[in-house]
Design a protein around this ligand. Structure first.
Ligand code: THU
Length: 145
């Protein structure tokens, strides 16, 4: 695995420590690589009204957007797993988060590298967002850029 992938996964594991996931007890962390080499992170935020829960990737993208950095995202690292368990199976982004990440991809290079791993270790898998969400609908489809 690339140094970049390892760095993003390490940042995602650190971010997952701040997951608010008392209901599922499944912590997820996401780390976005920005154009300047900086990292913006997020973790899942659950709600007593379960369906309102926010995924880690969405929180990370919203954090980047709030800083005016939506167009600077070039890669993402994602980890997840059951809290207090030795989870090493890679977690891939849910369908909604693929769409949220695609918005950032479409505003920048048209694609993102997605690194996925387990909460407490395990292999790092590398994907293209375009392979995880082929034929995506995005801002370019609206003629807005
Ligand atoms: N979750 C994420 O944060 N990202 C994903 O891509 C998949 C699921 C969260 C939502 C919920 O808090 C917990 O994982 C269990 O579904």
């Amino acid at each position: 695995m690339s140094d970049l992938g390892e760095r993003l996964i390490a940042a995602a594991r650190e971010a997952a420590r701040n997951a608010y996931a008392p209901y599922s007890r499944f912590s997820v962390g996401a780390a976005l690589l920005m154009e300047d080499g900086g990292i913006v992170t997020g973790a899942n935020v659950e709600n007593a009204s379960y369906g309102l829960s926010l995924c880690a990737e969405t929180v990370a993208v919203a954090t980047a957007s709030a800083a005016g950095r939506m167009r600077e995202i070039v890669a993402v690292g994602i980890v997840g797993g059951v809290q207090d368990a030795a989870g090493t199976d890679p977690v891939l982004p849910c369908g909604r988060c693929r769409q949220v990440l695609n918005e950032a991809a479409d505003l920048n290079r048209g694609d993102l590298t997605v690194y996925c791993s387990g909460l407490s270790g395990g292999p790092v898998e590398e994907y293209r967002l375009s392979a995880l969400l082929p034929h995506a609908f995005g801002p370019k489809a609206l003629g807005l850029e």
